[in-house]
Design a binder for this molecule. Sequence first.
Ligand code: SAH
Length: 267
Amino acid sequence: MSAPKRFPASLKTAAAPQREVLMPQRHLRQATADAAKLARPSGTGLDSGAVRERMVARLRAEGTFNETVLAAMAAVPRHEFVDSALAAQAYEDTALPIGHGQTISKPSVVAHMLGLLMAGSGARQRGTLGRVLEIGTGCGYQAAVIALLARQVTSIERVQGLHDKARQNLQRLALPRAPRLIWGDGRIGHAASGPFDSIIAAAGGEDIPPAWTEQLAPGGRLIAPTAASGRGQVLVVLDHLVDGGVSRWVRSEHEAVLFVPLKSGVL
Ligand code: SAH
């Protein structure tokens, strides 16, 4: 295997984050005090790459993960994607609430799923995930990690409040290529940006929507938490293989998982 890629330790842009528009009628001193409360915790060491390197070292100690994926995760400041009250927990291997009843996925689950995508035949040949479709942008964390591993990222979110939050979160990072964020029902995919070499769902459905299979390019791989008979929700991998010009789709089932539900329509 070739050496894993390295990414800059900090992707933060120099621009000061825009947190909230202060109420103009408030007394200036009150407004300044409010703004101070809204500021991200500083001096906690979360901005240093060392805290992410420790997270990656713990993942490595617990299992076998793709090193290029771990290098990308070591470069993305996960604490920038969660509420400041939860920032201190951002590098634990745990799911955290992101509002609207949704969660940011556990780092080990993100690493495992992206590792499975990188192991697809097309991704192995290219050394990148190529064109990617993510369903369930949430706070945008996984989209940022994918942006370091792909040529193009399209990410769809059905909850407008989260779609907007992800846009703000991602704007603060200096990513080599910004993910294209779509507010819509990801069950229909995004034909205009496809076909996709890699498709990843961050929400679990009863089945794999036909649009995803149709938008998966030859040689492409899809991974989605999906209901499996008698096993609850499992990670399903679908490969689009082409033999002698004839397409076939090969499905394999991996471990049991528990993701938030894939819902239809937008909010
Ligand atoms: N990748 C995200 C995890 C988000 S949790 C992160 O890094 O934070 C899953 C997300 O899928 C939720 O935000 C939920 O609103 C969204 N979702 C559920 N069904 C959807 C659908 N049909 N289309 C798009 N997004 C959907």
